[in-house]
Design a protein. Structure first.
Length: 323
């Protein structure tokens, strides 16, 4: 009887392995879902739809965005972590839901390093420190001097657990600045109050503030990328303004549940690199201040792990507790 069971098991495995290999070789042979863990209409949603369009063209199957917003991206990311690891559910990963969250929530329902295979980083963009034109500082050096001369008097817009939030905390730590965050539910209301001079300034994403800077409604003082951003050529980086090594960028990429077969990961990685090598697609992203990266899986995985460690330390040092 034991011999019969052994032979039956061996036969089942011998049959299953070629079938699994064939399924991976044929991937994708049906529509693929990309979970975007934020509501429709925002930057993350736009990025997700660009990825879906690019992969659809490369792999000749529909890639469909599924918006699962809530809890700063944690709800949709958790659903992706628990999805079958077959390549048919993917995740638009990003700085907030895959790195910053681990600082604010030491034990979230998922672990970005353990529960995902990170396929390719799409793009990154700096945060920009903007102030109302009536604020007396005309450049970053003057801004630092003003804040140090008026401790606790500079109020800035803060969207809790956002990249702008932790970037500000990071700057406060490295520059020794005493500033006060005013919490907002979203970046748009905060920006509107900076434009209206209800609060003097804030750090936020480069694509969000670009129209206001172009029309003179806001003044950009500094960007947080390692190099100057092409759309802000006259705005210096924090690193070149006296704080070497300071970088803080918002980023997005494509990830999949841990255990997704390597042949599928390799195919998706190659398709991402090909899709975002298209000059027209790159121009669309670069026109909003993003740097297109299209990195490969090992590089992106290391980057995500480094981001988790970096922002966890910043949050812990600041002693920030979210309600």
């Amino acid at each position: 009887m034991n011999k019969r069971r052994f032979l039956a098991t061996a036969l089942a495995l011998a049959t299953a392995l070629p079938m699994a290999a064939q399924a991976q070789a044929d991937y994708p042979n049906k529509p693929v879902k990309i979970i975007v863990p934020f509501p429709a209409g925002g930057t993350s949603d736009i990025m997700g739809r660009m990825i879906a369009e690019g992969l659809s063209k490369q792999l000749k199957q529909p890639f469909v965005v599924d918006n699962k917003g809530g809890a700063g991206g944690a709800i949709g990311t958790d659903q992706a972590a628990k999805a079958p690891a077959d390549g048919y559910t993917l995740l638009l990963s990003g700085i907030g839901s895959n790195a910053i969250i681990h600082g604010f929530t030491p034990k979230p329902s998922y672990d970005s390093a353990r529960d995902f295979v990170h396929i390719s980083q799409l793009a990154a963009g700096p945060n920009v420190l903007v102030v109302n034109p009536e604020f007396p500082a005309k450049n970053f050096k003057e801004f630092v001097a003003w804040v140090k001369a008026h401790p606790g008097k500079f109020s800035y817009g803060q969207v809790n657990a956002s990249s702008g939030h932790v970037t500000t905390e990071y700057l406060k730590q490295v520059a020794g600045l005493d500033m006060v965050g005013i919490p907002y539910k979203g970046g748009a209301p905060a920006l509107n109050d900076v434009v209206a001079n209800q609060i003097p300034g804030m750090f936020t994403n480069q694509d969000a503030v670009l129209p206001f800077v172009k029309t003179g409604k806001l003044r950009a003082l500094v960007v947080t990328s390692a190099e100057r951003n092409p759309l802000y050529p006259d705005v210096p980086t924090v690193a070149e303004s006296g704080y070497p090594g300071f970088t803080a960028v918002s980023w997005t990429g494509l990830s999949a549940p841990k255990g997704t077969p390597k042949p599928i990961v390799d195919k998706l990685e190659a398709a991402m690199v090909a899709a975002f090598s298209d000059p027209a697609v790159r121009a669309k992203l670069e026109g909003n201040g993003f740097v297109v990266l299209s990195s490969k899986s090992p590089e992106f995985t290391k980057f995500v792990n480094d981001e988790i460690n970096r922002w966890s330390k910043v949050v812990q040092t600041a002693g920030i507790k979210l309600d």
